[in-house]
Design a protein around this ligand. Structure first.
Ligand code: AHR
Length: 335
């Protein structure tokens, strides 16, 4: 596999300098650079909308470093698909060795992935998925089973209501969705919807758009509460959304958590989320593991060795309540 990295950059810089100096510039001294022989990875990240995302970015940045033989080109797409498409096109132009894409939403990738394929650059999709008819447009995907996460949350709620002797009561659920069209939203929503179908006494009182952020969720949940509406459960599709919901509940003077009137369901199980869980503010936190850097690297290493990596790689996950958490566990957690 070709190696571009510093060498390519050196040549490009040398050529550019030569043009600028009207042919009088000395050739770039790339002998030192050649030895580095780095694998160039272009990574387009969704943004920085949540604690989870920050941990994911860190994991990638810490993995694809020069000491490990990589040069990382990074794009923060600020939750915009257009920005991701531009970044991928730029990586193709720069002839990177691998493109890694954490797609903001599932749809709309065919054209640009075809361009990467035509340029013979393998694309590894990470975290959320892409929905394409021809799955040869990407080499491999690694991430979470978001539907299974939703199912875990619903199973917990079923058991909790049973424990409380409320399994036949009318249960009002406020649903706060993440970014519309993102795999994490779609899977977690599907899980809840299957629960609603199964339990005729569960009612979804509203679906609000929380966009996976604390600020947006705070705004929409406060609005909901201030309009005099109530719920027994708030189903937040990530930790930062749960933080926003908690902020709104506090402000509206509504009790919540293990000792309150409103049960808070969350996803991610980041350190801050688990701390809230341990303190009884979040009733259940379903895990979503963001430490994908080493996983993506192992896919790249397989490709480098001429092997074929698994097309799909689901990460094993669990869920947490105050009962299976401790300060020590949270402190030792990597994210
Ligand atoms: O795609 C993973 C989800 O995206 C995480 O649950 C969330 O925190 C992030 O923004």
């Amino acid at each position: 596999m070709r190696r571009l990295g510093k060498l390519w950059k050196g040549i490009a810089a040398g050529a550019a300098a030569a043009v600028l100096l009207g042919g009088c510039g000395r050739p770039a001294d790339d002998s030192q650079e050649k030895d580095k022989n780095l694998i160039v990875v272009g990574f387009s990240e969704v943004g920085a909308e949540s604690d989870w995302r920050v941990a994911n970015t860190e994991s990638m940045r810490n993995t694809f470093v020069e000491e490990n033989g990589y040069e990382l080109m990074f794009n923060d797409a600020k939750q915009k698909q257009e920005s991701q498409i531009l970044a991928i096109r730029n990586y193709i132009l720069q002839k990177v060795n691998y493109i890694v894409l954490a797609p903001v939403i599932e749809e709309g990738w065919e054209e640009v992935l075809q361009e990467a394929k035509d340029a013979e650059i393998p694309v590894i999709v990470v975290d959320r998925r892409v929905k394409v008819e021809d799955d040869s447009l990407y080499t491999a995907w690694v991430g979470s089973d978001f539907r299974k996460e939703g199912d875990m949350a619903v199973e917990w709620l079923e058991e909790e209501l049973e424990k409380q002797g409320r399994e036949d009561e009318e249960i009002n659920i406020l649903h706060v969705q993440g970014t519309a069209g993102a795999s994490a939203q779609l899977g977690r929503t599907e899980g809840l919807e299957a629960g609603l179908k199964k339990h005729k006494n569960w009612n979804r009182v509203a679906t609000l758009q929380g966009e996976f952020t604390q600020a947006k969720t705070y705004e929409v949940v406060l609005d909901f509460l201030e309009s005099g509406k109530a719920a027994d459960v708030i189903y937040c599709e990530n930790d930062n959304s749960a933080f926003g919901a908690i902020q709104a509940l506090e402000e509206a003077g509504v009790s919540y958590g293990t000792d309150g009137d409103v049960m808070v369901i969350s996803f991610d199980a980041t350190r801050a989320g688990l701390q809230d869980c341990l303190e009884g503010k979040i009733n259940v936190d379903v895990e979503c593991n963001p430490l994908h850097g080493p996983r993506v690297e192992s896919i790249i290493q397989k490709l480098e060795a001429g092997e074929t990596p698994e097309k799909e790689w689901y990460v094993e996950e669990t869920y947490f309540t105050a009962d299976n958490l401790s300060e020590e566990f949270i402190e030792a957690r990597e994210y």
